[in-house]
Design a binder for this molecule. Structure first.
Ligand code: GLC
Length: 468
């Protein structure tokens, strides 16, 4: 849907935005969409508005693979790819169906945990690469209805999200290691491909998408994945984008619906369908003006549940990543891999609660903000928003609290109006002066938050920045 022509163009865009001061005007430049119903830039902005406001969402990878919990024949480094990485024959893998019985699953509890963390949307695996469906699909028996649990997990989650004010979104894998018509087979598999018909598989895919987009109310995002195999082409991707938008015109579709994604960096090149880029496990070095993107990331080293994987990032790390991503104009989709019993790992719950405590105080510096006007800042990050009176508020995310109490903002040409700490309920003014081309905010001796304390700095109309 968008195009990143050449590096030069990109650079020009970044500089241009800096010079005119801020990124608020950058959205209109996106190219008119090629796929989907005709849409003006204003209509596209309206469709993307909730997602750009949200900034923070929860990814959930859940399915049959939670049963082996990462372990197979003594190897413990598997997860949602276990059928492939442990080379499990289909008939053997299918036996997990009879074992999937997440009796502790409570949709309202999951949604509450996401909401308390400050997340605004949930993207859950309606179907992962293994082909198993967490919803009641009339197109296959390989779904939750065939398990002892039987309940339509997606229905319960969609309803809980609606009750609690979050958007429900589906992750749906194009690649399918179970359906007889999907091609190619895995290289190691014995399963015959005779008679397989990829066209019939596409009809199956569309049939399931129709279920997912008609039986569960409004869906925020269709998050495709597994588009990289040769059988999936641009000629499949673009019409699929159209198909999804025709069923729910306001829906947002990620760029993995088509073939334009550039590896793990996740951004689209060329004219391809998809509303936003999907960097995976990485954060772009800079924001990309005019381009919507979302970094998806695991909290530990696996997407699906792995009982041995205790390599969790700290809440501090996760919070700084959230600020980093927002400062570059992106969203953060942070993953949880629930257990086969239906619970979030306690490590994930603890981190989410800690993130929520920070978000309650500092959420204003994340939600609906725009990218930083500064190329970089030695002590942290910056996000910004336009205030109703036409001034700009810069949110200075201070990671490294200055020992001498002088927070120096270098290169800010707009004059400061006032400054205060978001953590201070009284918003007591902090001294702020211009000293040549540096604006200096005087801070109290200790940081209100050792991870990230946010100083709100209101400046005159144009927070032009000298980017030299
Ligand atoms: C990858 C993996 C997958 C995971 C996804 C999340 O493409 O195949 O297991 O769901 O990334 O971005």
């Amino acid at each position: 849907m968008y195009r990143i022509g050449t590096m030069g163009l990109l650079l020009l865009g970044i500089l241009g935005v800096g010079i005119v001061g801020g990124c608020s005007s950058m959205r209109a430049e996106t190219e008119p969409p090629r796929a989907g119903p005709p849409e003006s830039a204003a209509q596209r902005d309206a469709r993307m508005a909730w997602w750009r406001e949200a900034r923070f969402g929860m990814f959930i990878h859940w399915g049959l693979y939670a049963v082996p919990a990462g372990e197979w024949q003594g190897q413990t480094n598997h997860a949602e790819w276990i059928r492939e990485t442990a080379r499990i024959p289909l008939e053997e893998y299918e036996q997990f169906v009879a074992q999937f019985n997440p009796v502790k699953f409570n949709a309202d509890e999951w949604v509450r945990i996401a909401k308390d963390a400050g997340m605004k949307y949930i993207v859950i695996t309606s179907k992962h690469h293994d082909g198993f469906c967490l919803f009641d699909s009339r197109h296959t028996e390989f779904d939750v209805r065939s398990t002892p649990f039987r309940r339509d997990i997606l229905k319960e989650l969609a309803e809980a999200c609606r009750r609690q004010g979050l958007r429900i979104c589906w992750y749906h894998s194009i690649m399918d290691w179970h359906h007889p018509d999907y091609l190619p087979r895995r290289a190691w598999e014995q399963r015959s491909a005779e008679g397989a018909d990829f066209g019939r598989y596409c009809a199956y895919l569309k049939g399931q998408l129709r279920e997912l987009l008609t039986n569960y109310g409004p869906i925020g995002v269709l998050w495709f994945d597994g588009e990289w195999e040769d059988t999936w082409t641009h000629e499949h991707g673009e019409p699929l984008y159209d198909y999804v938008r025709a069923l729910q015109p306001d829906i947002i579709v990620n760029n993995r619906v088509d073939k334009g994604r550039g590896g793990m960096a996740g951004m689209t090149s060329g004219r391809h369908a998809g509303d936003y880029g999907t960097p995976e496990q990485e954060i772009p070095a800079t924001g990309l003006p005019g381009v919507d993107w979302e970094t998806c990331m695991t909290m530990n080293d696996h997407w699906g549940y792995n009982k041995r994987d205790k390599n969790f990032k700290s809440a501090a790390e996760l919070l700084r990543m959230l600020a980093d991503i927002a400062s570059k104009g992106g969203n953060y989709l942070l993953n949880v891999g629930p257990t086969a019993e239906g619970e979030f790992p306690p490590e994930s719950v603890a981190r989410l609660a800690e993130m929520g405590r920070w978000m309650k105080i500092n959420g204003e510096a994340i939600y609906g903000t725009q990218a930083s006007p500064f190329p970089s800042l030695p002590w942290g990050r910056c996000t910004q928003r336009a205030l109703p009176d036409g001034r700009k508020r810069l949110y200075l995310h201070v990671f490294e609290w200055p020992a001498d109490g002088r927070l120096e903002v270098l290169g800010l040409l707009a004059d400061p109006v006032r400054a205060f700490l978001l953590a201070d309920p009284d918003h007591a003014p902090l001294a702020v002066v211009r000293e040549g081309d540096v604006v200096v905010v005087t801070l109290p001796s200790s940081a209100p938050d050792p991870v990230n304390s946010v100083v709100a700095l209101d400046v005159q109309r144009r927070p032009a920045v000298d980017r030299k």
